[in-house]
Design a protein around this ligand. Structure first.
Ligand code: MG
Ligand code: MG
Ligand code: MG
Length: 306
């Protein structure tokens, strides 16, 4: 067991999860609490790698499980399904998150900050402001990157006025041009050549369960949906393997065009009707104009059809 409080985001970490964990550690340290350590629950993706290289820092240490009674702070998630092994027996000290609250229960009181913003780092930015703590260039770059990632350069419908304001101010401190830096960063995450189809399906994948229906929604970002669809056959095989392995009722892969803000879905499984009820599938696929957000667009759609 670590004697420090471990800070982490969700499995299959994205840029917000990694950056917010690092920034939360710094925020606590700057507030006089040094007993904290950012860690991660999975491989760093290429977009996040771009950010860490840009700043010149290492990724947090990888952990897979926590022992009973370990003190933890959860950022960018709260659902135990998406968290570290052993989370049910950990001592959750604090949660900072911008998702719905689901399957969450603790034995003891805790700090819980939930805001319906586009990004966890936007909440953290607010805490710096509130506590009057200075934000340096590195911290600003981390938070700005997280906001750019989660809101797809402020184009996702999850974007709020708080995200816009935070990003403008953070980019200023970081000395970055939002569109130039942001597009380079997002594009770095669309380089999918090195990944196997199995890895692509797991890169940014979230598990949900409603009324006993087990569902995975995975997402990959691209600048060309057609390019990704060249691998359709093998992607479907990988998705089918996930279904068999995890006993899923439905597996959805959203291939999201970050330049034009659209997504093509591949939908497989016994309950593919969670999409089919609203959108006609052809060869297990459908193109959804203007859909880029799993949280605000895909998840509500799927849940309404369960
Ligand atoms: Mg996230
Ligand atoms: Mg997030
Ligand atoms: Mg995301």
């Amino acid at each position: 067991m670590s004697d420090k409080i471990l800070i982490f985001g969700h499995r299959n970490p994205d840029t917000d999860t990694i950056c917010s964990a690092i920034v939360k550690q710094i925020l606590n340290e700057k507030s006089g609490n040094n007993d904290v350590k950012a860690v991660r629950l999975g491989n760093v993706n290429k977009e996040t790698e771009y950010v860490l290289n840009y700043i010149g820092i290492e990724a947090p240490e990888l952990i897979e499980e926590v022992s009973e009674g370990q003190e933890v702070i959860m950022v960018d998630h709260n659902e135990f399904d998406q968290s570290v092994g052993g989370i049910d027996n950990a001592k959750i000290i604090e949660v900072i998150d911008h998702h719905r609250i689901s399957n969450f229960e603790t034995a003891e009181p805790l700090y819980y900050t939930a805001r319906p913003y586009g990004c966890t780092s936007t909440i953290l930015y607010g805490e710096f402001k509130e506590k009057n703590i200075n934000i340096d260039k590195k911290e600003a770059t981390l938070m700005a990157s997280a906001i750019i990632s989660d809101t797809l350069l402020l184009k996702s419908p999850t974007t709020t006025e708080y995200d816009r304001k935070a990003l403008t101010e953070l980019a200023d401190i970081a000395g970055i041009n939002i569109n130039e830096y942001g597009l380079d960063m997002l594009k770095a995450g669309t380089d999918l050549d090195d990944f196997t189809e199995e890895e692509l399906v797991n890169l940014d994948s979230k598990k949900f369960e409603k009324d006993g229906v087990k569902c995975v929604i995975a997402q990959v970002n691209t600048v060309s949906i057609d390019d990704v669809l060249k691998r359709e056959k093998k992607l479907k095989e990988a998705m089918q393997n996930e279904i068999n392995k995890n006993d899923l009722d439905v597996c959805i892969l959203a291939i999201t065009d970050i330049l034009n803000s659209n997504s093509e879905l591949i939908v497989l499984g016994e309950r593919s009707d969670v999409i089919e009820k609203s959108h006609h599938l052809e060869n297990d696929r459908v193109f959804l104009e203007g859909v880029v957000s799993r949280k605000k667009q895909l998840l509500p759609l799927v849940e309404s059809n369960i």
